[in-house]
Design a protein around this ligand. Sequence first.
Ligand code: NAD
Length: 246
Amino acid sequence: MDFAGKVVLVTGGTRGIGLETVKLFAKNKAQVVLFGSKEETVKQALSKLQAENIEVEGYYPNLCNSNEVREVITKIKEKYGHIDVLINNAGISANKKIEDTSLEDFQKIMDINVTGMFNMCKEVVPIMKEQNGGVILNTSSMVSIYGQPSGVGYPASKFAVNGLTKSLARELAPFNIRVNAVAPGIIKTDMVASLPEEMIKPLVATIPLGRIGEPQDIANAFLFLASDMASYITGVILQVDGNAHN
Ligand code: NAD
C-alpha cells in the first residue's frame, strides 16, 4: 500500500492500537499526525517513533473542546493543505457495575469516546468536502455487537460510535468521503492489561481463533479500509475479533 503524499490523523496515537496504526501508516509513506491526551505522552511517543526512524507530528488538544480541536485542525490544514484520512481511535473503557457508576463516570466516557469523535469529524469534514474526498475510520469495539456484563457506559458509547459511522457514511457518500469503523475484540494493550485476569481468561477461552488480538491486527484493518482497495466499502463496522463470543 502506498500512502505517499497522504496526510493521516490518528487520535489516541500515543500507545496501543493507535501507536501501532501510526507506525503502519508511516511505514507505508503517509505523513502521519498523532493526537494524544497530554504533552508528556505525546513527546514520549514521538521520541519512541524517532528511535525507529519514524518522523511524525504530535498534538494534544482536548478532544471534547471544539475550539481546541478547531485550532489544531486549522493549523494542520494550513501546513499540509489537505487531510486525507482521519482515524478516530482515542477512547477509554469502564467496568464498574451500574450502581457504582456515577453520572460523571458515564458522561466522561460518552464525552471522550463520542463527543471527541464528533468534534474531530465536524472540523475535518469541510476540508474533505472541499478536496472532494477522504476517509474517516472510527475505533468501535466488540462490545458494540455483544454488549458487556458491566461498565455500561463503554458499550453505550461504542453503539453510538457505530451510529455515527453508519449515518455519516450515508451523509458523506455523495462527497466521496467513506466512513467505516473497526470493532476490535480483545487486543493486547494497556487498556486490556488493566482489566482483572478473571475477566480476561474466560473471554479468551471462548474466542474461536483461540488468541487475543495484537494491535497490528487492528492497524492492518485500518490500512486496508483507508486504501483504494476498499473504495467501494462505506458504512461498515468491521469486526476484527477472532469472531469473539462471550
Ligand atoms: P490505550 O489505553 O492503550 O490507548 C488509548 C489512547 O486514547 C491513548 O493514546 C490515549 O492518549 C487516548 N486517550 C485516552 N483518553 C483521552 C482523552 N481524554 N483525550 C485524548 N486522548 C485520549 O487503549 P487501546 O486499547 O489502544 O484503545 C484504543 C481504542 O481501541 C479505544 O477507542 C478503545 O475503546 C478501542 N478498543 C480497544 C480494545 C482492546 O482490547 N484494547 C478492544 C476494543 C476496542
